[in-house]
Design a protein around this ligand. Structure first.
Ligand SMILES: NC(=O)c1ccc[n+]([C@@H]2O[C@H](COP(=O)([O-])OP(=O)(O)OC[C@H]3O[C@@H](n4cnc5c(N)ncnc54)[C@H](OP(=O)(O)O)[C@@H]3O)[C@@H](O)[C@H]2O)c1
Length: 240
């Protein structure tokens, strides 16, 4: 039987590319999403991948959603915490609401996604956790104090989970994408986008499939020795 992979935010953007790549690699995939039913229905129609709606910021909803995935498809062996949002503002204008929305979704959402599957992974002595962080968690970004805090936090999460999970056959790794051509990035004004591209040595935005390729590498059974690492996929824009 093929392993079951859960991808949060797996119906659009980078997450959709990850869901498809994992399906093509032979996994049974469940794609979670927040509320865009139309995009999720189209995604299922196009790919045959089942979609599940819940808010990753809500622990009980995550637990119930994951229980439904496991009832339908079997135990989750691979989890990709990809769901994320931005609520940008320079710090002096950032509201507590903008801070909390991003922390709740991007950081607490990772806890809410991994925690319900962690015990099962320990019991079965196998697990793959991948968290989609960001270049801006590595280097910070003007107007993204909230977002950068969550994405830097992701790196602390995987480095700690890697130590806790290793003896149970569980790995935890992060990917830090640079700027990728998804709705999140295409929503920024064209002038800003052009100035971003000017900073990327490769001279273009990344493609969602280029991040999905990193995920497929990390979740494979024979990637067991890659644990606690961060893959930077950013076109050479930033080196750690
Ligand atoms: N795009 C980039 O350049 C870039 C760069 C670095 C890192 N990242 C990270 O990569 C990840 C994906 O980004 P993207 O650009 O692909 O985003 P996107 O195109 O905006 O897609 C976001 C996905 O996450 C889901 N989502 C959002 N909030 C959620 C919540 N509370 N609960 C469940 N699902 C939720 C959305 O569901 P709905 O369809 O229902 O809204 C959608 O499926 C994010 O973590 C982002 O921070 C992106």
């Amino acid at each position: 039987m093929s392993r079951v992979a859960l991808v949060t935010g797996g119906s659009r953007g980078i997450g959709a590319a990850i869901s498809v790549a994992l399906k093509n690699a032979g996994y049974t995939v469940a794609a979670n999403y927040a509320g865009n039913d139309e995009a999720a229905a189209n995604f299922t129609a196009e790919t045959g991948i089942k979609t599940y709606k819940w808010n990753v910021a809500d622990y009980e909803a995550s637990k119930a959603g994951i229980a439904q995935v496991e009832a339908d498809l079997g135990p989750v062996d691979i989890v990709v915490a990809n769901a994320g949002i931005t609520r940008d503002a320079p710090f002096h204008k950032m509201t507590p609401e903008q801070w909390h929305q991003v922390i709740d979704t991007n950081l607490t959402g990772v806890f809410n996604t991994v925690h319900p599957v962690w015990s099962g992974m320990r019991d079965r002595k196998f697990g793959r956790v991948v968290v989609i962080s960001s270049i801006n968690g590595q280097k910070g970004q003007f107007g993204q104090v909230n977002y950068a805090a969550t994405k830097a936090g992701d790196l602390g999460i995987v480095k700690s989970l890697a130590q806790e999970g290793a003896r149970f056959g569980i790995t935890a790794n992060a990917i830090c994408p640079g700027y990728i051509a998804t709705e999140m990035v295409m929503a920024v004004p064209e002038k800003v986008r052009e100035s971003i591209i000017a900073q990327i040595p490769t001279g273009r935005l990344g493609e969602p499939e280029e991040i999905a390729r990193c995920v497929a590498f990390l979740v494979a059974d024979d990637a067991a020795f890659v644990n606690g690492s961060t893959i930077s996929a950013n076109g050479g824009q930033f080196f750690v």
